[in-house]
Design a protein around this ligand. Structure first.
Ligand SMILES: Cc1ncc(COP(=O)(O)O)c(C=O)c1O
Length: 392
């Protein structure tokens, strides 16, 4: 495929302090595993980002840093240009990551014993943050019908009317099932939450990674009037900047914003780092062409997964993602229990995906495979999986 960027290039990530590569064998208790877990990409960031970071490095002074006018504008312009969502500058709050941001939100706006709704199977740190702060996880399990996921609205309504219910954390687009929520679905979530005074935390970290014709709609556009909405954004998934620890939590409501900022200050996390600022600004200002090419590559990789499974391992079903570079694969058709699947991946395939059971009990029997890697790596992973599951 002709591209100005070389996504085929294999970049050695071992011995670079990479969590995905250097901690894989330890965390999965295996040997020489091929990492296909955790959501970062095996590609370099856009060249403009690398150049911006080189400028910071060669300046050589790495003192305390702060967003400037151009930083705020880069964030505002990105969302206005791509989603026609107008964010006011004062709504933008820095956080050293979305996970940290969600923890600060929980600590700022709920009390121990409050119930916080999540929609499993879902990004597993949500439940860890809720439990870790003494709040209670309230599970609104997604419905799955023949590989199609949807929201159980009647159950959501019941959960929201419970006296202890205070907040919902949405994954939009949804990790791991890859759904891009439609306007009517977002409106229905909002209707239910508004009627029950529930705080909506919309984690939109994957919003730029829509595939095919899918279009992400920010909850902020559906609910510009709703004072109890917070949106979590970041360039980290889009441009592979997770290690730069820079994300933006968008909080239009003044009271909620002040509480959030108080918590960030109290936790000593109010200062962005100079690398994260430079990387984000360069990505949002100059990264669009790269992103467009990246998405073509991801779609091609997805096709490889689709075609390979269809021909070589048809008992495994690909849940077609509408966004993200994470393929949610249904291995239940192999007849292997989720525990057996873990063993086969670790000991025979020597591949480390994220096992579905960590995303919630309705994730059992599924595997989440990260396909943001060069085609050769992807094919190697698929080969290993096919050989292992065919003979076991
Ligand atoms: C839904 C979701 N939220 C948050 C994160 C992580 O965000 P951060 O690295 O900014 O804490 C991820 C990473 O995979 C994610 O999938």
């Amino acid at each position: 495929m002709k591209s100005n960027y070389n996504f085929d290039r294999i970049i050695e990530r071992r011995n670079t302090n990479s969590e995905k590569w250097d901690r894989c064998d330890f965390l999965f208790e295996g040997e020489n595993l091929l990492p296909m877990w955790v959501a970062d990409m095996d590609f370099q960031a856009p060249p403009e980002v690398i150049e911006a970071l080189e400028r910071v490095t060669s300046h050589g002074v790495f003192g305390y840093s702060a967003y400037s006018d151009s930083t705020y504008e880069s964030v505002q312009n990105w969302f206005s240009r791509r989603y026609s969502w107008d964010i006011e500058r004062e709504w933008i709050c820095f956080s050293p990551g979305v996970v940290a941001g969600i923890s600060f939100i929980i600590q700022s706006l709920t009390e121990a014993g409050d119930e916080i709704i999540i929609q499993p199977p879902v990004y597993y740190p949500f439940s860890k943050l809720i439990e870790g702060t003494g709040r209670i996880v309230s599970e609104n399990f997604l419905l799955e019908d023949n590989g199609n996921y949807s929201i159980n609205f009647s159950e959501l309504e019941e959960l929201c009317t419970r006296p202890a219910a205070k907040m919902i954390i949405l994954s939009s687009p949804h990790n791991p099932v890859g759904r891009v929520w439609q306007k009517n679905e977002l409106e229905e979530i909002l209707r239910i939450c508004e009627a029950n005074n529930i705080i909506v935390v919309s984690d939109e970290i994957h919003c730029d990674l829509t595939l095919g014709d899918s279009m992400h709609i920010p909850m902020g556009k559906i609910a510009p009037h709703y004072e109890r909405l917070i949106t979590c954004t970041s360039p980290s998934k889009t441009f592979n900047l997770a290690g730069c620890k820079t994300s933006n939590i968008i909080i239009p409501g003044k009271e909620m914003r002040e509480k959030f900022q108080g918590t960030v200050l109290r936790n000593g996390c109010a200062d962005p780092n100079p690398f994260g600022i430079a990387a984000m600004e360069a990505a949002y200002c100059h990264g669009e062409e790269w992103l467009c090419e990246l998405k073509k590559y991801l779609e091609r990789n997805l096709k490889i997964i689709r075609d390979t499974l269809k021909h070589e391992l048809p008992e495994v079903r690909l849940i077609e993602p509408e966004a993200t570079y994470l393929a949610w694969l249904d291995f239940r058709g192999t007849g292997k229990s989720w525990q057996e699947q873990d063993r086969i991946f670790r000991d025979i395939a020597k591949v480390a995906p994220d096992p579905g059971h960590i995303f919630g009990e309705n994730g059992r029997g599924f595997q989440r495979i990260n396909f943001a890697c060069p085609e050769t790596t992807l094919r190697e992973g698929l080969d290993r999986i096919i050989r292992a599951f065919r003979k076991n």
